[in-house]
Design a protein around this ligand. Sequence first.
Ligand code: FNR
Length: 375
Amino acid sequence: MRLRTAVNLADVRELARRRLPRPVFDMVDGGADDELTLARNEAAFRGLLLSPRPFEDVTRVDPSVRLFGRRLSLPVLLAPTGGGRIAHRRAELAVAAAARGQDTVYVQSTVTGYPLEEVARAGGGGLWYQLYLPASRDETRAMVARVAAAGYRALVLTVDTPVFGGRERDRRNGFSLPLRPSPRMLLHGASRPAWAVEFLRGNLPTRRDGRLSAWATQRQILASPRPVTWDDLAFVRDLWDGPLVIKGVLRAQECRRILDCGADGLIVSNHGGRQLDGVPATVEALPAVVEAVGGRVPVLLDGGVRRGTDVLKAVALGATAVLVGRPYLYGLAAGGQAGVERVLELLGAEFTRAMALTGCRTVADIDAGLLLPPR
Ligand code: FNR
């Protein structure tokens, strides 16, 4: 199987599994602790049943949406993922170019293999930036100013990472960032020659990486992330003039206060099951957040989206759009920019088909009436 013959996202995941050494694949693919939430994110989508609307003229279907004044080809964005350069040498540059080519948004993570200005150029000015708080307010001020100067359109503040979740696959595999050329890594790398060549050439984030300077600002975040307090939220809001989106909301209780602090959007997310294990699937958490927000700002969702029908189900439950994380990293590993584009094409084709099959001409036609009530 090759990228061109991959018929769905599961195929692209399989291509990535064959290309990456096990510790690298596991770092991308894995979740926290028992991976209950990781599994639940996908299972909850599968448990939702669709109820198609017949007699609609769906000769033409328009899957585009508007978000913060910009038209996106699909209600699918690319979530922030740190450390993508372990999977592919061009990492963030390839993802940004793919997002640009496919008319969608890539949310660039603070944890990056390339300086944010370079990624912004590759993305043609349409990117969002995800912020993990640096150690001090001065550094935060400088960082946000850099992000604004580079032309990022929106700032995403992730609030579910006061400490890192327990990633047991990484501990078992002895995985660390920057990558260490340990005997175990060489052993796994030996069966993955294309990856190993890049590793030995120093194109991946090892300690002898020429771009290690890009890691300097991140070393502290990787060593010890910081909690985000209400004060921090107010501080960041003051610094940033554009849309501010809060990522990592799972319940209704704080929504009103978040909006009162001036947030312009929320992302219902459990970090792809990589932080606290045992929380609900995001599609289970979504309805309460949508209700609490009451249409004041867009609500997005990520976690477990693997099919066009998953996108449709999330939109039916009130999400303006979804984000995907692992799927495009599998695409990146399998084929760089072309792999990320393939993932977006597959999801786009599936979503458009799902719209037609449920009787929806536009994304605005997708509503809760398309879901069967749970029995
Ligand atoms: C992430 N995620 C993440 N989130 C964030 O806010 N900042 C980050 O740096 C990262 N890094 C990261 C690395 C990797 C390898 C993964 C898989 C995920 C979480 C990400 O933004 C998103 O919430 C999930 O990936 C969504 O779930 P799916 O689509 O992977 O199921």
